[in-house]
Ligand binder design. Structure first.
Ligand code: AMP
Ligand code: MG
Length: 350
């Protein structure tokens, strides 16, 4: 399939967004930017179209998709019983990077393929203008997981994902680098409590402004054991991981962390291994390895950079990537959640 490419980086081209929307209406796939990461989207009401997403990504059928809406009217057509806490969350955080797991309407307007047969459906309203205009012009909600082959880091810019996805979509809307770089925060409100199923840009601290009763699901930082039931099916799967072995090292005491990373480097290099360090810009001079990349200097920068960097480590001829951890405060929880998976739970917390 030859996909059509549209540059939306500097200025929105509404005519081309409308062309992409025609593809959605026809039941085809469109690659589009959001403020979190790129999405690979299809008409959420068309089961056959949605199945194409699973095929394109090689995604497990029991891992539900997030549905993207452009208005509250669109939301109300597909969910039932929006609670007061959910209403407050919508008011405060939409449009934006918060996915809420709602009860699905009993008429099942959203097909089973989207929700993996669950009675719930994850929905968000993106703030990215190209994404919103695409949904508006399509006149239907758009189901869209992150744009990447399953298991790989999510796409945060078109260049990184062009090779793996260009033959699988009909239209590519290129909006440049994603503003945030990590997927949305996924939450579910159960009675009066907010459960964080996947951390993201909207932090636990921000959610606590709506209710103090906010809990982080244990699988955010811990591996799902076989036969364990998960609140969010996506937690079970290998994710974000390069083929090269990665390890994350973290300590609140920065010097201790740097010393540990240098100790591992020394040991591994003595065994003939080649090491790549992914560390904060301000720490790079302290590392003894001669191969080191900056992940940024603030958490927001690290969030934005991390997936594109993880995609590049496999071509470097190194045996081990040592990644600095960032702790769990604020946006740190989301970064740590992604890095732990990238390292396949191989981490040292001092
Ligand atoms: P992705 O689309 O790749 O960003 O992944 C979407 C994430 O949202 C996955 O981790 C899913 O498991 C989760 N998700 C989507 N819908 C639901 C739902 N109805 N219940 C629980 N988790 C969901
Ligand atoms: Mg994904």
């Amino acid at each position: 399939m030859k996909s059509k490419y549209s540059n939306q980086k500097e200025k929105i081209n509404i005519e081309e967004i409308k062309e992409a929307a025609e593809e959605i209406k026809k039941g085809n796939l469109v690659l589009f930017p959001t403020e979190t990461v790129y999405g690979i989207g299809a008409n959420a009401l068309n089961e056959e179209a949605v199945k194409k997403i699973f095929k394109a990504k090689g995604r497990a059928g029991d891992n539900p998709l997030i549905v993207h809406v452009s208005s509250i009217e669109m939301l109300e057509k597909i969910v039932s019983n929006i609670s007061n806490i959910e209403k407050r969350l919508i008011e405060k955080f939409w449009p934006g990077p918060l996915t809420i797991i709602f009860n699905r309407k009993s008429e099942k307007i959203i097909p089973n393929a989207v929700t993996a047969n669950l009675n719930t459906v994850g929905i968000r309203m993106p703030s990215n203008e190209v994404a919103r205009k695409l949904i508006e012009s399509s006149e239907v909600p758009i189901a869209a997981p992150s744009a990447n082959i399953s298991g790989k880091p999510s796409g945060t810019n078109v260049e990184d994902i062009l090779e793996e996805l260009q033959d699988k979509v009909s239209y590519i809307l290129d909006g440049g680098f994603s503003d945030i770089g990590l997927e949305s925060t996924v939450i579910q409100v159960v009675e009066d409590k907010i459960n964080i199923l996947r951390p993201g840009k909207i932090t636990k601290e921000q959610l606590e402004e709506v209710t103090k009763n906010v809990q982080v699901d244990s699988h955010v930082l811990h591996m799902v054991k076989e036969s364990e039931k998960v609140a969010s099916p996506g937690m079970k799967y290998r994710h974000y991981a390069p083929n090269t072995k990665c390890i994350m090292v973290y300590s609140k005491n920065e010097q201790k962390m740097i010393d540990k990373i240098n100790e591992i480097t020394k040991e591994e290099e003595a065994n003939g291994k080649k090491i790549l360090i992914l560390g904060k810009k301000q720490h790079l001079d302290s590392y003894i390895s001669n191969k080191k990349w900056s992940i940024g200097s603030s958490k927001a920068e690290i969030a934005k950079n991390i997936f594109t960097l993880l995609r590049k480590v496999d071509n470097q001829g190194v045996d081990l990537v040592i990644i600095e951890g960032v702790g769990q405060e604020g946006l740190g929880l989301a970064i740590t959640n992604r890095l732990i998976r990238a390292c396949e739970y191989n981490y040292i917390n001092l």
